[in-house]
Ligand binder design. Structure first.
Ligand SMILES: [Zn+2]
Ligand SMILES: [Zn+2]
Length: 187
């Protein structure tokens, strides 16, 4: 029996997908999904009903209808499955996760003291590293601030020294002048 889309095989006649006979009176239905041709009578439609003939392009064969319904059911099933996994299975899943987490958390008897020590060491190293990082940041900030204030202090000190130098120079000049005056008077 020709199966490939039920198309022409002999004498330019279409074959029916439901029975071994060819479609001779040109009254048939073509499925819009599988493109197979059917005698109207083979799919339970009166052959006199011309309106359901090959010109109709919305007809769906029983096989495809069933398959699509199943498909529809299938498309519903994941939803049902999804809601199912969202309610009770999720609980069991999370319960499993919890038990797994508990297993990870609590030291099992199969864990040796060395294992536990290693785990604790690793945890401590993690904490240490993060603390060191934080400490580094804090110190960096502090040093930055310190350097900044130190720089401004140096700047202020330099100004003060320069000022004192000037003052000293004037005082020394005045003093020299006075001393000179004094020595002249004594002469
Ligand atoms: Zn037929
Ligand atoms: Zn079909």
């Amino acid at each position: 029996m020709p199966k490939t889309r039920g198309e022409i095989k002999k004498n330019n006649l279409l074959s029916c997908a439901a029975c071994p006979k060819f479609i001779e009176d040109n009254v048939y239905l073509k499925c819009i999904y599988c493109f197979k041709n059917f005698h109207n009578l083979c799919v339970g439609i009166a052959s006199s009903d011309k309106s359901t003939g090959s010109t109709i392009n919305t007809w769906e064969c029983p096989d495809c209808k069933v398959a699509r319904k199943r498909g529809g059911d299938n498309s519903n099933t994941p939803l049902r499955g999804a809601t199912a996994t969202y309610s009770p299975p999720t609980i069991s899943d999370s319960a499993q996760n919890v038990t797994m987490r508990r297993r990870e958390m609590s030291p099992q008897p199969s864990l040796t003291s060395t294992d536990i020590r290693n785990i604790i060491r690793e945890e401590l190293e993690l904490v240490q590293n993060s603390l060191i990082d934080k400490f580094k940041h804090i110190v960096r900030d502090m040093v930055k601030e310190e350097i900044h204030s130190f720089e401004s202090t140096i700047e202020a000190t330099e100004k003060a020294i320069a000022f004192l130098n000037d003052e000293y120079d004037t005082i020394k000049k005045n003093l020299d002048m006075h001393l000179q005056n004094l020595s002249e008077i004594r002469k």
